[in-house]
Design a protein around this ligand. Structure first.
Ligand SMILES: Nc1ncnc2c1ncn2[C@@H]1O[C@H](COP(=O)(O)OP(=O)(O)OP(=O)(O)O)[C@@H](O)[C@H]1O
Length: 306
């Protein structure tokens, strides 16, 4: 008896969605005079299209360094950064420039990141033209107005200058500048940290709405686990260059498994300044105990003499 012929491909395995960004076994070194400091080691995570990964850790834990590797601003000492299936770990400067239309960044400091001498319209247009030089003047102007509208600002803002705006408004402009090129991934590096709590909430809501409307993905970096919890689908907790816990937001916030995650949760800012002072003091004591229990001497992964 002959085997029946299969007329259609038989799917035996479910189709898996490739992540938009995959970081595997990342290590980063910085040279310091006669030593090399390893500041990030063994860091791996995925970000699926349309999702937000929150990367949380204390100051100096290596969050910005990881964001900067994804942006191509800092080289990887080991490991890989895969964007949409392409290994971009060692992408050429030309390929990196092309990638700026897919991967954008919003930094913490809207005062520093917007050129005070340029009008908002010129700043936004510059970002757009750098990613697509074929656009006509009319198209550029239309896109500038459209991106301002996206962040809730009127078209006449284009004629004005950064100093005329508050911190929250400047951060909206920085978001408009990132989104004008229609990226797929945005690295938000402490994007709301410089803002008052009420303005923080507005900007977080804006980022979340834009993500849903445009199926954007965020690598959302913050030292504040409460801010991270507000926006993230998944959370990775970074301690001295290593990820100590990952999971869905509910898992990490409601059922933290790692002692360091519990420390960060206990230290998350609260609106009452007196209560906040107490929390910070308790955090310092508990952190010193935690460091002693892990035998740590420095905040770095390791240092090697050259
Ligand atoms: N350009 C650099 N050269 C040398 N060391 C650096 C450099 N940039 C950062 N570092 C060191 O690398 C470590 C990680 O820094 P990084 O800025 O990535 O941490 P972070 O978690 O983003 O902290 P913060 O929120 O304060 O920026 C720190 O010890 C920092 O001092």
């Amino acid at each position: 008896m002959t085997e029946p012929l299969l007329t259609e491909p038989q799917l035996t395995e479910p189709l898996l969605t490739e992540p938009l960004l995959r970081v595997t076994d990342l290590a980063v070194d910085y040279k310091r005079r006669r030593t090399v400091a390893r500041v990030v080691e063994n860091v791996s995570f995925d970000i699926v299209e349309g999702e937000t990964l929150g990367l949380v850790g204390e100051s100096g834990s290596g969050k910005s360094t990881i964001g900067n590797v994804v942006l191509g601003l800092v080289p990887a000492a080991a490991g890989a950064v895969i964007f949409d299936g392409e290994d971009i770990t060692h992408a050429s400067p030309k390929r990196r420039r092309e990638l700026t239309s897919d991967i954008q960044v919003v930094f913490q400091d809207p005062y520093g990141s917007l050129n005070p001498a340029r009008s908002i319209g010129a700043t936004l247009a510059e970002s757009l033209v750098a990613s697509d030089a074929t656009l006509t003047r009319k198209e550029v102007t239309a896109r500038v107005h459209e991106s301002l509208d996206t962040v809730g600002m009127v078209a006449s803002v284009a004629q004005r200058f950064p100093t005329e705006f508050s911190g929250g408004q400047r951060q909206r402009i920085a978001i408009a500048r990132a989104l004008i090129v229609r990226p797929r991934l945005v690295v938000c590096d402490e994007a709301v940290s410089a803002l008052d709590l009420s303005i923080q909430a507005q900007v977080l809501n804006l980022l979340d709405r834009l993500r849903r409307e445009r199926s954007l993905s965020y690598l959302f970096i913050s030292h504040d686990i409460a801010v991270i919890g507000h926006l993230s689908d998944h959370i990775a907790v970074l301690d001295r260059g290593r990820i100590v816990e990952t999971g869905t937001t509910a898992e990490v916030i409601d059922h933290p498994q790692d002692a360091y995650t519990r420390l960060l949760l206990a230290a998350a800012p609260v609106p009452d300044p007196a209560a906040q002072k107490k929390r910070r003091e308790a955090f310092r004591t508990q952190r010193a105990e935690y460091l002693a229990s892990t035998g740590a001497v420095t905040g770095l992964v390791s240092t090697t003499r050259l």
